[in-house]
Design a protein around this ligand. Sequence first.
Ligand SMILES: [Cu+2]
Length: 389
Amino acid sequence: MNTAKQINIMIGLMIVGLFGTFLYFIFDNGFNAFGLDFEGRQNAAVVRQEKTNVERGAVLFSLNCRACHGLTGQGALERAGLPGAPLNLEDNRPPELTEAQVKAKADRFNGTITCGRVGTLMPPWSRDENGPLNDFQIEQLVLLITSEFSEEGWEHVVEDGNHSDQFGPRKQLAAAVGPGDTTIQLNDASGLIVEDALRIGGDTIDEAYEVLIILSIDEDTGSVEVERAAMGSKALSHEAEVEVYNGPLAPPDGPIIGAPGTVPPCGQKNAEPEAATGSAAIVSISGDVEFKMSDNFFGLDEAINPTLEIAAEDIVNFTIPNVGTAIHNLRFAGPDGEYQTDDDFVSDPDLISGGEEGTLEFTFGEAATFPYRCDFHPTEMLGEVTVTG
Ligand SMILES: [Cu+2]
């Protein structure tokens, strides 16, 4: 072998070696160029870790948070009267949010879960505040809400919840149920308890469910007398053989965190005493009106939750800034006096986060009186509008 050949072989081996190192580098770090996107070994590990944490957050949520925030994490959007804020929202995660926005939300949610929220039912969860969860578990819950894998996480919440709400042995409807029926027929009515709640439907996030309260049980025939459309749910039709679940738990009705006279956690400001001063005020409005939403009341100049007076045919253009931190909205029941019906007037958007602003154009042709409210705080943020003829 002559020297020239040896040199050629050496150069060849060097090139092979360099190329191998390059391949390993890509394998380790991932590669994203020329429109190619290869997830490296390190990135894959990070992704796997995040998915695992979201999943753990889902299990924690299903154990601790469902009574107030709902079985799907959608709060009042899932069922009227649930006190917890909706958490399962596109607004709370990518791609809707940029990385910086996700970070800001995550910090705020971490603070809320750690310390609770003054003036609401949201309790403090961290060990430092005598709650049951450690910092890492709180971080996993925040990831459930704000991760790019949140959607899978919420599906996991529903699956996990359905599993734990299953009766053993499983219970099913023995016959179809119409929305007006007050007796349902089960394959097996053993083990049920009068006054407990049952749930029918809700197998997936998008499937609505109804809550029924047990009034009496006939174990021999499997027939159960029920109160329909309980706990803010609506009466639905149910097919034969669908699963009947146990629960849900009713949300507790107290204590309010940092209520006047108590010490608020984490040095939060104490709840503002109810600013009930002008609550009976009647305010005549027309044209452009700023109707503020605070935690948790509507404010128009000095008046709190005022009775609004609007002349028939007048057009009122509401600007509705949310100057609080909770989610709010504005909904007029419309002339039928019922919420969630076709003649409602609802703010656009129908869910306004803290710091954001909505609008609503209101006009109605004849004399009428009907209520308005915030869907998320229906017992605190409410009032009436009188359209004068
Ligand atoms: Cu509200």
